[in-house]
Write a protein of this length. Structure first.
Length: 490
């Protein structure tokens, strides 16, 4: 097929991104703006490399990233094309994007005046996907604490602060989100919370009126279903497949009922670990505008992505006018570090910050400032790079153990990221009995039925590997297989 167009990408060699990321981002922008339509051919890798003055392998890696994220597809002996699976994209010019406003209703709060845990005795716990606390940069964090307390003017940080959280941390988050998550957030429009769970609670309180319908993934995060229900929501579920939440099923719900919000974990779906592909992301954003519902994006472990693609946050899209973005440092540093953050549309954040001031005057200023210092001096970045390498090795080891010890008994797909596997047995088993037999061997798993709205387990279960060392992984998987075979033989 003829590829007549000459590339006009503006590639900056000092943007802080790799050339691979810049090339992929430029092509992605052309697709989103509608200048590259579905099925359109991309330039040959040699041609594009010559046009840009880069190595051909650089272009190959950029194309692989686009293919992994669902933006492009490779056709045998034909080349690389914009994916046919993408929906028709109605590009927005800059002026239109600036004028767009969120169009969902909120529950407004006015600010008041201001005057799964391991069971004892279990040696190996395949949790929901917690990080290894032994990797946490505690020495660096401790030194940062001491530096803050030794500074002149330390009284400022020891007094009452901004209910939104430490300003320096919010400023560092603005840089971080722009560089790593692909979107700009004003420091004035970010609220630091005590973990993502607090951010979810505040969101539910601001959004939900009694009787509102909220949609969650199935299987999904059980705590959020309970949270929404306790705040008066009618919780409905939509199934998840290999590309994320079922958009057709979601739209059917929208046609029959007024949906207030949709909660998703697009980067690594909880619990199945699948990554929502580009087409689904665009369709979800379009539905949120068409039917005026909020999207609650829980980006709980974005740092741990091991594949060729690096999906940006849903909030990075110019169509993300209804997206509320939540993340935290609990997975990156340690669960005990209760520092999360949330950002979203201005009117929503104004109400949320007022509510936060009512229930929790402020966060831990010293901890927040210490984390900001570690972000500034590069400690957090170096820790993330080291942790990703370790967790990638543990993920690969777990895949080998599952294949060796279980064989064809179960199905599993190596996750693109995150700290857990989703495995499915080829036939239904009694998970209650299985869990009880495992406890006798001092092995603990997360009850699979908790992931489903009806409380009934299917074929699969989630096995977190991040907090287990090599010996624990090998012995744990071996025991899982032995107990399963013993149970089936009874």
């Amino acid at each position: 097929m003829i590829r007549p167009w000459k590339t006009t990408f503006n590639i900056s060699f000092d943007s802080g991104k790799t050339i691979v990321e810049e090339i992929a981002a430029s092509i992605r922008e052309e697709i989103v703006k509608g200048r590259l339509e579905r099925g359109a051919p991309l330039p040959g890798t040699r041609t594009l490399a010559n046009d840009l003055g880069v190595n051909r392998k650089t272009v190959v890696f950029a194309y692989e990233s686009l293919i992994a994220d669902g933006w492009a597809e490779a056709r045998l002996k034909s080349g690389t094309f914009v994916s046919d699976k993408l929906p028709e994209i109605k590009g927005l010019n800059t002026e239109e994007a600036v004028k767009m406003e969120s169009n969902f209703e909120i529950r407004e709060f006015i600010s008041a005046p201001l005057t799964e845990k391991p069971t004892p005795g279990n040696l190996i716990f395949f949790n929901e996907g917690a990080p290894d606390a032994n990797l946490a940069p505690l020495k660096e964090l401790s030194r940062a604490y001491r530096r803050i307390l030794d500074r002149q003017g330390k009284w400022r940080i020891l007094g009452y602060g901004d209910e939104r959280g430490d300003l320096k941390l919010r400023e560092m988050l603005t840089l971080f989100l722009s560089r790593d998550r692909g979107f700009h957030a004003d420091p004035e429009n970010i609220c630091i919370t005590k973990g993502s769970q607090m951010a979810l609670y505040l969101t539910a309180r601001v959004l939900i009126n009694h009787g509102d319908t909220v949609v969650v993934e199935n299987p999904g995060y059980p705590a959020v279903r309970r949270l929404f229900a306790e705040n008066g929501a009618l919780v409905k579920t939509v199934e998840v497949d290999q590309e994320g939440i079922d958009i057709n099923a979601l739209e059917s719900l929208c046609k029959n009922d007024k949906i207030k919000a949709v909660y998703v974990t697009p980067h690594h779906q909880f619990p199945t670990t699948v990554t929502m592909k580009a087409g689904r992301r665009i369709e979800l954003l379009e539905l949120s505008i068409k039917y005026s519902f909020a999207i609650i994006e829980d980006d709980y472990d974005h740092e741990y992505h091991f594949g060729a693609g690096n999906n940006l946050a849903l909030a990075s899209s110019e169509m993300a006018v209804n997206v509320i973005y939540i993340s935290s440092y609990s997975k990156l540093i340690a669960p005990a570090i209760r520092v999360g953050y949330i950002t979203g549309p201005n009117m929503f954040m104004k109400s949320l910050i007022s509510l936060r001031a009512q229930i929790d005057r402020q966060g831990d200023n010293i901890l927040e400032h210490a984390i900001a210092d570690l972000m500034e001096d590069g400690t957090i970045g170096r820790h993330a790079k080291k942790a990703v390498s370790i967790y990638r090795n543990r993920r690969d080891l777990m895949e080998k153990c599952l294949t060796k010890d279980f064989g064809t008994i179960l199905n599993h797909k190596r996750p693109e990221g995150g700290l857990a596997y989703w495995i499915e047995f080829n036939e239904k088993i009694d998970f209650n009995k299985y869990a009880e037999l495992l406890k006798r061997k001092h092995i603990q798993i997360v009850p699979p039925e908790t992931f489903y709205n009806d409380g009934l387990a299917r074929f699969g279960m989630r096995l977190g590997y991040g907090s287990l060392n090599e010996e624990e992984l090998e012995n744990g998987i071996k025991t899982l297989a032995e107990v399963y075979n013993e149970m089936k033989g009874q």
